[in-house]
Structure formats: structure tokens, C-alpha cells
Design a protein around this ligand. Structure first.
Ligand SMILES: [Zn+2]
Length: 271
């Protein structure tokens, strides 16, 4: 087998993940081992690639993901720090291959019996999202989970645990938000992290939005590339920062009015 991580396009993904992991750490959105990233890299692996799967450890999944059967995914490792992923993605993340029935996976970036670490504890949410993306025929390949301070802070009051109010705030603070994040965020009420329930609620939200904001926790965002996905979170965080700056300065931000938002929607063909 040609080492998958040596394929040029896979190398590019690893480079991008390392750059974004660094940004997440620098922004203060990835304390300790917080956050995780996964990328469906199946389209980058040549179809004729032969892998002796017996050489690798396999692991059972508690739920089956038939639409991901046979696919290759890059996933960050459990307990791994973003700042370490930034320095060396493959020492802190894994390439997995899902089996033909979608209910188990092999870790193929590490040899059998070497000191394996497992994928992120949020793997059920990541796989559920990737499965939904495949089912919808969407071009999205990337899922990023991070603890964006500015967005988590907003969910610390009942006033903003409200999807409509959140999106009005995000769109109002800066004209670029509605242009680059036209679907806004979907709000997910507090649930136990890593649970099947939060995975189910998140995939429901991601049918209509590119970002699910988890109450008092963080965001799950999807996008076509690692860079695009980061940008979506960054733009929302900027809107939230402008809101908090106005509040800290002691005045209520006005926000763009309905006519100004309607004008932007028309100019940028936003439904
Ligand atoms: Zn988290």
C-alpha cells in the first residue's frame, strides 16, 4: 500500500488541518483537548488502492453508518490537543476506513499493536454528520467542532437561547455575515456531549444550517474545505464580538435594519 498520507491531496488536507488547529488554539477556542476535526478524504484515495486490512486494528461502532461503508476519513484523536495537532497532525489524528457494513472501522494510519489512540469521543456526531452529507449528495467534506468563546457566551442567557434572536444578532452586527453565512446558525439545547441524542439533534439542525450552536458548549460547523469551515465560525464570532464590544462600551448596538438586510439579500441572491 502506498502510504495514504503521502498522497499529495491528502498531504494538503493535513497541512490545512494543522494551520486551522493552530488558529483554533490561538483564538482561545481549544483549551486542553477541546474540539475535534474530521474530513471525508474518500474522494482523494485512488480507487485501485489495495490495503491489507489484517495489518490494522479494527474497532466496532455502536451504530451503523451504511452510507459511509468502505470510506476513508481523517479524524482527530481522543484526548489530543489542538496545539499538538497543529505541530504534527498525524501523530495526533488518525485515518480510518469504515468496513463494508458501516458498523466498524480500521485505524489504517497506525500499525497493529503500536500504541494506538482512538478517534475523538465525538465520533458518533462526526460520522452521523458525514453520513447525512453523503445521503444529501452535498459537496461538504469537513466537520469542525470547537469551543468558540464568543458564541458560547451568548448561550449563557435564556434571552439568546433562541435561534431567531441569535441570527438577528449575527446578521445585524456586520453586512458580511448574511453574505457568507446565509443560512445562519441552528440552536441545539443543552445535551450530554458525546451522546447519541446530541448527535441526532445536531444532524437535524445541519439539514438546514451549516452551523449548529450547542448551548453552553460550542459549535459544530460543516463546509467544503477546512478553510471555508473555519471562516464560517470566524465570521459568526466576529459578529458576536462586535455585539459584546458595544455592550461593554455601555450602549445597545443598533444592528442593520430590515431594509438594509433585504437589500443585501437581493444583491447577493440570498433566498
Ligand atoms: Zn466540545
Amino acid at each position: 500500500m502506498r502510504k495514504l498520507q503521502k498522497i499529495k491531496k491528502v498531504k494538503t488536507i493535513l497541512f490545512e488541518v494543522s494551520e486551522i488547529a493552530n488558529y483554533l488554539w490561538q483564538r482561545g477556542w481549544a483549551e486542553r483537548n477541546a474540539g475535534n476535526i474530521s474530513v471525508n478524504i474518500n474522494h482523494l484515495i485512488p480507487k485501485d488502492t489495495k490495503i491489507k486490512l489484517k495489518k490494522f486494528n479494527s474497532f466496532k461502532l455502536s451504530v451503523s453508518y451504511p452510507d459511509l461503508a468502505g470510506m476513508f476519513l481523517f479524524v482527530t484523536g481522543t484526548g489530543k490537543r489542538m496545539r499538538d495537532i497543529a505541530k504534527n497532525p498525524l501523530k495526533n489524528a488518525l485515518i480510518i476506513k469504515i468496513n463494508e457494513t458501516g458498523d466498524a472501522y480500521w485505524i489504517i494510519s497506525q500499525k497493529k499493536n503500536c500504541k494506538n489512540f482512538l478517534p475523538t469521543s465525538e465520533l458518533p456526531t462526526h460520522l452521523s454528520i458525514h453520513q447525512q452529507i453523503v445521503q444529501n449528495g452535498s459537496k461538504n467534506k469537513v466537520v469542525i467542532h470547537t469551543h468558540t468563546n464568543e458564541l458560547v457566551a451568548l448561550t449563557q442567557t435564556d434571552e439568546y437561547c433562541n435561534q431567531e434572536k441569535l441570527n438577528k444578532l449575527f446578521f445585524g452586527m456586520h453586512p458580511e455575515t448574511i453574505i457568507f453565512v446565509p443560512k445562519g446558525v441552528g440552536f441545539v439545547k443543552y445535551e450530554m456531549p458525546g451522546s447519541e441524542t446530541i448527535a441526532e439533534k445536531t444532524i437535524e439542525i445541519l439539514k438546514k444550517h451549516d452551523v449548529a450552536l450547542w448551548e453552553k458548549h460550542g459549535v459544530f460547523a460543516i463546509g467544503e474545505s477546512v478553510m471555508d469551515t473555519f471562516d464560517i465560525i470566524d465570521i459568526l464570532a466576529k459578529s458576536a464580538r462586535i455585539f459584546f464590544m458595544c455592550k461593554s462600551a455601555g450602549f445597545e448596538p443598533q444592528g442593520l435594519n430590515n431594509n438594509q438586510l433585504a437589500e443585501l439579500k437581493k444583491a447577493f441572491n440570498i433566498a
